[in-house]
Design a protein around this ligand. Structure first.
Ligand SMILES: Nc1ncnc2c1ncn2[C@@H]1O[C@H](COP(=O)(O)OP(=O)(O)O)[C@@H](O)[C@H]1O
Ligand SMILES: [Mg+2]
Length: 253
C-alpha cells in the first residue's frame, strides 16, 4: 500500500515546555517500495513510524495509507522493533501465531505460521522458547510475527540494530528475500548507512535543516541506484556512503 506524509509535524509538551520534534515532513512512498529513514538519534524517526502505525497522533498534518487517513491504531500496518519483544512463555510458533489476524480459523493459522517459520528459516525451532534461541533467531521470529498480519505496510524500527555484524547481513538478505516473495511496502528506520544502501529504493535523511525553526525535517532524499541484491563493494555505493555520512555530520573514510 502507498503511504503519504502530508506536512506532518509533532511537538511534545505544552505551553512554554513545548518541544518540537518534527516539522513539515512531506513525502510519498509507493506501494511495494522500501524507504529507509536515516538521521541522528532523537531526531524523530521512531515518532514518524509511530504516526504511520497510529500509535502516535501528529500535532499537525496527516499520514494516509492507500489514500485513507490513519486515525488510531491501524490494522494495515505491522511493526517490528530493535528488541524482538516475544512472549517468553510461548514457543516461537506461538509467538508468530499472535500476529495472525483473529478472524483466521485454527487451520489457516497453523498454515500461515508454518509458512512464515519456513520463510525465516525457523521451521526446526518452532517449539523452542525465545530464551532457547539466539538473538538473530528471536529477531527472525519477530519479523515473522509482523508478517503474519499480511500487512500493507511493514514498519521496521532499527530491526537489526542489536545484532552482530554478520547476523545483521544475513537478516538484511533475508528481508530482501521476504520482500521479493511478498513485496509489501517497507519503512525502515536505521542508523546504519550501509544497511540503508543495501536495502532501500530510497533513503530519506531527517535532521535539522539549519533554519531557526526547531525540529527535524527532511534534509535530503537519495534514490539508491542498482537492483538488489547490491554489490556491497561497488564504488558507486562507496561514494554515496561517504556523501551520506557527511550529510549526517560524520566524515567518511
Ligand atoms: N511520548 C513522548 N513524550 C515526550 N517526548 C517524546 C515522546 N516520544 C518521543 N519524544 C521525544 O521526541 C524526540 C524524538 O524521539 P524519537 O522519535 O524516539 O527519535 P529517534 O527514533 O530518531 O531516535 C526525542 O527527544 C524524544 O525524547
Ligand atoms: Mg528511535
Amino acid at each position: 500500500m502507498s503511504v503519504s506524509f502530508q506536512n506532518l509535524g509533532r511537538s511534545f509538551g505544552t505551553g512554554a515546555n513545548t518541544h518540537p520534534v518534527l516539522r513539515n515532513v512531506s513525502f510519498d512512498v509507493e506501494a511495494g517500495e522500501i524507504v529507509a529513514l536515516l538521521g541522528p538519534s532523537g531526531c524523530g524517526k521512531s515518532t514518524l513510524l509511530r504516526a504511520v502505525a497510529g500509535l502516535d497522533a501528529p500535532s499537525t498534518g496527516a499520514v494516509t495509507i492507500a489514500g485513507r487517513a490513519v486515525s488510531g491504531i491501524d490494522a494495515r500496518c505491522a511493526v517490528a522493533f530493535q528488541e524482538p519483544r516475544l512472549l517468553p512463555w510461548k514457543s516461537l510458533a506461538g509467538n508468530v501465531a499472535i500476529g495472525v489476524p483473529a478472524a483466521a480459523d485454527a487451520g489457516r493459522r497453523r498454515h500461515v505460521v508454518a509458512n512464515l517459520l519456513n520463510l525465516v528459516g525457523l521451521s526446526k525451532f518452532s517449539g523452542h522458547r525465545p530464551r532457547e534461541v539466539s538473538g538473530g533467531m528471536a529477531q527472525r521470529a519477530s519479523l515473522a510475527r509482523a508478517l503474519a498480519r499480511n500487512p500493507g505496510v511493514l514498519l521496521l524500527d532499527e530491526p537489526f540494530g542489536a545484532l552482530d555484524a554478520l547476523t545483521r547481513i544475513t537478516m538484511q538478505d533475508l528481508l530482501l528475500d521476504v520482500h521479493a516473495a511478498e513485496p509489501t511496502t517497507i519503512l525502515l528506520v536505521t542508523h546504519d548507512v550501509d544497511e540503508a544502501l543495501q536495502l532501500a529504493d530510497r533513503i530519506i535523511l531527517l535532521g535539522s535543516d539549519g533554519s531557526p525553526e526547531p525540529g527535524a525535517t527532511i534534509v535530503r532524499t537519495v534514490n539508491v541506484p542498482g537492483a538488489r541484491p547490491r554489490d556491497r563493494a561497488s564504488t558507486e555505493l562507496a561514494e554515496l556512503r561517504s556523501s551520506l555520512l557527511s550529510s549526517l555530520g560524520v566524515s567518511g573514510h
